[in-house]
Design a protein around this ligand. Sequence first.
Ligand code: PEP
Ligand code: MG
Length: 324
Amino acid sequence: ERKQLHRLRREPSRTLDQHDIKLFANAESREDVSEAHALGAAGVGLYRTEFLFLQRDTPPDEDEQFRAYRDVVLGMTGRMVTIRTLDIGADKVDRAGIAPSGEANPALGVRGLRLSLAKPGLFETQLRAILRASGYGPLRILLPMVTSCEEIRLARTYLERVAAELRAEGFEIADHVALGAMIEVPAAAIALSGFIGAVDFISVGTNDLTQYVLAADRGNDALADLYTPLHPAMVKLLHGVIRTAKSRGKPVAVCGEMAGDALFTPLLLALGLEEFSLHPGTLLEVRRAVRASELSSLRASAPSLLRARDRAAIERWLAKATTH
Ligand code: PEP
Ligand code: MG
């Protein structure tokens, strides 16, 4: 069984009816990056930069960040690398004290992009480091916890200013670096059609989206039964997000844990997803699930999935889709 899985390293992530699905990797370390490369990941779909900040007393400076991002880009040898700007706060608290302390509701507090916009110096340093790494291979930038269009516009202003500064200083950076938004706040998912024009791509963070849609703390074991993307509200929302992005010609991926669970692969394919980003440890299992799927019949059964009234009905749909 393990051996058979191992053989899939060199096989394409292609459905039975010959549709190529892109499997990107989530990475937070050097090891993740080399494993992703060895398994034939399409690229890095989510590089969580907060891991550079967590276990230390002072934040990494521009040069240290630059070296880390450049190494990811070089490690992927020309495949796309998606660097997510700092997503500290809530469940990810740093020792250096960048994340605010004492918030009554940290999950609803100053976290992710909100924190970056509140600390422009920190944000500019990170953007400089990322843009400098863009001179070494394909790279794009992903913003976490986006809630409104204004935040994206503001982030883009910073990005453009920093790019102009770097060019004036003589750095060779990419002509264009795509800017994307994590869709993990319900408001962003619901109002996506209004602001998708402001971004180049999106990536759905189902870990936080599930938490906020179901009002269930992602880390609270007592709510583990409730905390699941197999809720009709989540299925409807995901369907709408994927459809909106595709209708506007914007790439859309799912990068939450859901994308790395092969049980959910038929569901995401049925909803129209063509890009997944997942932990390298689960990449081959998802590749196997993709290779066992017939995209046309899954898509044809999307209406019955969308009619599911409860979790049990979604699970029945999944059981049927998996045995076909
Ligand atoms: C998510 O929320 O689904 C996600 C991918 O980001 P993180 O787990 O880092 O919050
Ligand atoms: Mg998240």
